[in-house]
Write a protein that binds this ligand. Structure first.
Ligand code: FES
Length: 104
């Protein structure tokens, strides 16, 4: 699978969130306090896209029924013990890249 180029870093502003495609799969991408975070763009509850969620600190809240996730590691804070996939993000030259192998 490896690294997938998402776009130019200059296109991603601080404090924003996006739905992007990496390896033909939808990913929720967040930029928070200067760093990028990526996770599967699907709520564990009923699959709502988390890129449309409400962000506060390092958490995103699914707007449909309010499940909350830590986008640093994909942990679902509303259902202890459950976790969604999160992915590594890196800056390579002027590009932003996501690795679709699950974070270790
Ligand atoms: S679909 Fe996300 S909380 Fe229900």
């Amino acid at each position: 699978m490896g690294w997938h180029t998402i776009g130019l870093i200059s296109d991603f502003n601080e404090g924003c969130q996006w739905q992007v495609e990496a390896g033909d799969r939808p990913v929720a991408l967040f930029k928070f306090e200067g760093k990028f975070y990526a996770m599967k763009n699907s709520c564990l509850h009923q699959g709502f896209p988390l890129a449309e969620g409400n962000v506060k600190n390092y958490m995103v809240e699914c707007p449909l029924h309010g499940w909350v996730y830590d986008f640093r590691d994909g942990k679902c804070l509303s259902t202890p013990g459950r976790c969604t996939k999160s992915y590594k993000v890196r800056i390579n030259g002027e590009n932003l890249e996501i690795n679709m192998e699950e974070k270790g």
